[in-house]
Design a protein around this ligand. Sequence first.
Ligand SMILES: Nc1ncnc2c1ncn2[C@@H]1O[C@H](COP(=O)(O)OP(=O)(O)OP(=O)(O)O)[C@@H](O)[C@H]1O
Ligand SMILES: [Mg+2]
Length: 249
Amino acid sequence: MTQGIRLDNLTYSVDGRTILREMNLLVAKGVNRTILGASGVGKTTILKLMLGLLKPDSGRVSIDGHQLCDLSEGKLIKVRSRIAIVFQGGALFDSMTVGENVGYRLLEEGRPGAEVERVVREKLSFVGLEDTIDRYPAQLSGGMKKRAAIARALASEPDYIFFDEPTTGLDPIGVYNICNVIRRLQAEGKTTLMVTHDLETAFNVSDRFSFIHQAKLIFEGTEEEMFSSDLPAIREFLEPTDESLFTRK
Ligand SMILES: Nc1ncnc2c1ncn2[C@@H]1O[C@H](COP(=O)(O)OP(=O)(O)OP(=O)(O)O)[C@@H](O)[C@H]1O
Ligand SMILES: [Mg+2]
């Protein structure tokens, strides 16, 4: 059985516009990947397709050899639980404390309160936020909110963790903290998949890179291969010039 998340010939459209066309991609277990691409190119959409939250027009998604379209709702939930996602905005519940945010899903599953509290403390401590357990999200900085969202994602002990723009809008120390957390997760054997347009973070935490341009995956490879690519879209992304000024819609 293939360990990893696989897209086979995947096409997806919104309102009659094809956002992703005939995409093939393997996120192999243990290979930490970043998908790069300009704003609006479809990065968040790929993550939602991989989780089965959106349905492709055609093509297949499989997780560790299970094709999502073949699974019953019950089995889909089980397979999906191998993956956790840290959403672009963090998406914490404002009316819950940080501790409740991290533990709510475990409580919903009926796990005993003492066990949930142990997991919540462990995951908050992993991201350096053990002191915030009784605070509300509104009382945290942007970087702390992102780390709390990571702690929440970790509560279910996923094998794969998706990060949607985890460092966008953070100051250098916030970026450093997030990269540090991601690298420690990788050292523990988790597979991370990030989507971002932040190159510094991408190169800091990833083994391999995929690049989307005009609905297609036009590149797959290492950082070195990316820098030596002569594809114009990649050159422009790595080193924007005056010639690319205002050419984007
Ligand atoms: N529900 C929707 N209805 C209509 N269009 C949508 C919807 N969701 C996404 N889109 C469009 O799909 C395209 C891809 O969106 P997506 O959010 O995946 O991009 P992205 O690469 O994550 O962008 P960003 O870097 O800004 O987060 C965009 O052009 C967006 O306008
Ligand atoms: Mg996005």
